[in-house]
Design a protein around this ligand. Sequence first.
Ligand code: BG6
Length: 477
Amino acid sequence: IRVDDFDLVIFGATGDLARRKILPGLFRRHAGGQFPEGARIIAAARAELDDEAFRADIRAAIAEFDPGRADAPELPGFLDRLSYVRLDACGEEGWPELAGKMRTGVVQAFYFSVAPGLFGDLAERLARHGIAGPDARIVVEKPFGRDLASARELNQVLARHFDERQIYRIDHYLGKETVQNLMAVRFANILFEPLWNAHYIDHVQITVAETVGVAGRAAYYDHSGAMRDMVQNHLMQLVCLIAMEPPWHFDPDAARDEKLKVIRALEPVAPTDIVRGQYAGDGDEPDYLADVDNPDSRTESFVALKLRIANWRWQGVPFYLRTGKCLRARTSEIAVVFREPPHSIFDTAGQQKPNQLVIRLQPNEGINLKVMIKEPGPGGMRLVQVPLDMSFAEALGPEGAEMPDAYERLIIDVIRGNQTLFMRGDEVEAAWSWADPIISAWEEGSGRPEPYQPGTSGPDEALGLIHRDGRRWRDIK
Ligand code: BG6
């Protein structure tokens, strides 16, 4: 379905995110026929470029990041939609020119793909030059602050010029098809919801494992770490979608109100319930301290923790979370592990296993429900666990299973004015309120992250975290 005519201004359009994700994503939507005649993309950055040079750069970026489409017949039409303004976020240069390019009567969106330190300057100049109308939309990226105080400050800076309904804070995990699917699985089926509570669920495991290290992003990462980079935002959003109450409607504020309640109900994490790690390889293996070129760094590239949600639904149900770099495999999944039946009528000691619902977020997106059946054969009643396994690719066919990139989906939602998949200011602040004490205890203490071998599942202490409760992590594979 086509969107309305729009002017989308991308500040920082020559930066890595714009070239790698935003513009290739916009191109795919253009090629998918979703843009009307009056869709325009205005790139704004400091580099000395003109329209032609910028278009050439984006042609190169598409060849690099989406090579399959480098020669697509739609590419020239897409490049025609692009124009370039040389502009200084902190100075006056370029602003009148940008003002002159904007149309009225179309959707206006401004993507701040720049360092958060520039948000205030951009917002103020947009207002002063009368560029952003009352319905203009502002898109901002993570990291949204590095603690509660800085997140509040960013919220205040934006609030000086824009209403909350105009602000779109991106957490790209919410744009992933499989993450949105969590809501469909929970709230479009009657099967799961009656069991979705402490009476029937033993625990939940969330794993977001990556094989890449931090080489190439060292400056950012070493200042951030896994807790700020992944847990406070992406993993927190997954926890919310698994744990929230059904919203009364699939509507931005209804859904975000429910997520906020989950974050507010999180218990503080005891120091014994959290493990941080740092990959430490020998010889040719990747090594965190070498990658960031800082032999004293105490920044974590891995976190495992046990979370508790203090409300009626989740009382006593631990959520085990882990994420890290340089692990054995790239895999993200959520496993909901049910309790065992209260009583067994079979004489099958040791054969019973708990039902599990595993939602694979990436790769090989799908759902696997593990159930017990009778092992076929004449030898009496023996039980065996088998998977009811559904992969999107098989169930929906190659076309149906084609997963649009998270950015594509989110940018279209901005143009459509749908904030459901964007974080509200109070949600972000609540997540920082929860994460801050953990991070400050690390920063103030003298401990170091536990070293782990690249290509493993993280430090042994992370295994201990769950083993001592008599449970096991699922394998990372
Ligand atoms: C980003 C983090 O937000 O998410 C990265 O900054 C991480 O460190 C990335 O690699 C993971 O995203 P995805 O979509 O590859 O799971």
